[in-house]
Design a protein around this ligand. Structure first.
Ligand code: DON
Length: 314
């Protein structure tokens, strides 16, 4: 019997399997916690959680899955969805490309020809994406962003003011990108409002369980499988999953696609989400990162899960 057949026969075997994975990697100490945003350096590096939510709303989780942390770059996936719903695919493509960079997430680089940022998963592309969120003023734009997260998560969400302020004060590199894009007409004034909204979306508090529900919503054609609420129009889910697949793990995206083979997105606070279309959402949280900014334990757990459950798309 294959692992997948065993799982269909006995769903509790998935819980036993992730319990084992958790024990296997609990003592792994490789990697370092992100410290370029001063407030992030204060996290307990030992935190570790694995959550899986399938499209029927069944939940399997282990470890610190209720521990809150800031969503960071994982927010880019969901902000991209909101921008697509606000403007449609054709317009968004004139402002943000869909090409992987092979560069670090914070590279100050635009497409030579079009002057667009390469894709919505790197910082430049995410800032451009967020600058497109509709609203009559900064408060309405923030509220629309929070409403969108609430639909995916199924509860009220809030922004961690300390992390937001920390990033707003120190995010000179992101400011430089915004100025570069303003110069090429890829974002509009006032850029400080766009940057604030970007820093706020990165500082939305989630736990590992929430991330798995969000990933499961994408796996379930945009419908939250716990609340049954539509969080994103189903026609845009493929846009999101395509850029996650090719660009979500930054300059590790190619190796990830080859080895793990499912759309994913990481963030510097140590979260990773992975989406198995029509099946399940996976989330791992562990703050120690590798040189490319991906959670060390998170990558290992996803590699093993993909192999064990036969999740690779090809
Ligand atoms: O813009 C930044 O640097 C952060 N707010 C988000 C970066 C991030 O999570 C990149 N992920 N690996």
């Amino acid at each position: 019997m294959t692992n997948q057949e065993e799982l269909a026969r006995n769903p509790s075997s998935l819980q036993a399997y992730i319990d084992d994975l958790y024990s296997k990697y609990e003592s792994l100490q490789d990697g370092v916690v992100a410290n370029y945003i001063p407030e992030l350096a204060k996290v307990d590096p030992e935190l570790f959680a694995i959550s899986i939510v399938n499209v029927n709303g069944e939940i399997y989780e282990v470890g610190d899955y209720q521990q809150l942390f800031t969503i960071q770059s994982i927010s880019k996936v969901f902000a991209y969805g909101l921008a697509l719903m606000d403007h449609g695919r054709d317009y968004i493509l004139t402002r943000v490309g869909v090409e992987p960079t092979g560069d670090a997430f914070n590279a100050i680089v635009l497409d030579e020809q079009s002057k667009r940022p390469y894709n919505p998963m790197v910082n430049a592309g995410a800032i451009a994406t967020t600058s497109l969120i509709k609203g009559s003023d900064a408060t309405e734009r923030l509220n629309r962003m929070l409403d969108m997260f609430q639909k995916y998560i199924g509860r009220d969400v809030f922004v961690d003011i300390s992390v937001f302020t920390s990033e707003r004060t120190t995010g000179h590199r992101n400011r430089a990108m915004a100025h570069l894009m303003l110069n090429f007409g890829m974002i509009d004034k006032p850029i400080d409002e766009a940057l604030d909204l970007y820093f706020q979306q990165c500082a939305v508090m989630v736990n590992c369980h929430d991330l798995a529900v969000m990933a499961a919503t994408l796996a379930n054609k945009g419908v939250n499988p716990i609340t049954n609420e539509q969080a994103i129009k189903s026609c845009y889910v493929k846009d999101i999953l395509s850029v996650m697949y090719t660009c979500g793990m930054y300059n590790f995206a190619g190796e990830w696609a080859y080895k793990v083979g499912i759309p994913a997105k990481s963030g510097v606070s140590g979260g990773i989400i992975a989406v198995v279309p029509n099946k399940m959402g996976i989330a791992v949280f562990s703050p120690r990162l590798d040189a490319r900014g991906n959670s060390v334990r998170g990558v290992k757990v996803c590699e093993e899960l993909s192999q064990h459950l036969g999740l690779h798309l090809f």
